[in-house]
Design a protein around this ligand. Sequence first.
Ligand code: IPE
Ligand code: IPE
Ligand code: MG
Length: 240
Amino acid sequence: MTPVPHHIAIVMDGNGRWASRRCLPRVAGHKQGVVSLRRCVKACAQRGVGVLTVFAFSSENWNRPAEEVSGLMTLFTMALAREVPKLKADGVQLHFIGERAGLSAKVVAGIEQAELATAANSRMIFNICFNYGGRWDIVQAAAKLAAQGEPINETSLSSAMAMAHVADPDLVIRTGGEQRISNFLLWQSAYSEFYFSDKLWPEFDEAELDLAIQSFAQRERRFGKTSDQLVAKTLPPARA
Ligand code: IPE
Ligand code: IPE
Ligand code: MG
């Protein structure tokens, strides 16, 4: 059986294009994106993924037309109200990663309620990055340490970051054909494997997820070492 990455992170891109191709408003694409996300969460849990992290709304997405931003906020609260009881029953532990200041009281209430309702679950951790930017996370972590008079080093910074409760992502998937990071997990993806899919997010199904997992299984993660060092480690020590 193909080894499954412990932590998969996804830039769910392409909702707008999916809708435009069908002459639908962009928000219809986001709505279909929620359906795709629900399918993906289920598939990851079934495959034994330990942590799933998705990029749902970036710090920069506020710059979109007001109608799309408000449509996304409404969809977010509606999807939470509908899906949290099911996620709770499925054993999924929800976390929201991002800046809460700037979000409406309704959105923050939905987030807090969802985190509380699923806190005791342990089958899979599901992080939703919402009003999130990788630069924001690095800056808020450094500012927190500075305010506490703590030294800033890789260990302290990592533990002050918004994703400190999980290991770094093993596999970062981006759908929608673009090959860029767009301010996602800048610090945490230092040694992640990347997989870019031309599928638009609403089209990304179980078979596409399996293709990404298969591609990951073929990578050699060297973490700065040589290939020979990694092979030597898996062989029994040579007899004298
Ligand atoms: C990603 O899909 C979802 C969000 C950014 C909220 P897009 O809305 O970016 O879709 P495209 O890239 O315009 O097709
Ligand atoms: C990245 O997608 C953010 C999310 C998926 C939430 P964007 O569509 O915003 O990224 P750019 O603007 O094309 O880089
Ligand atoms: Mg996009």
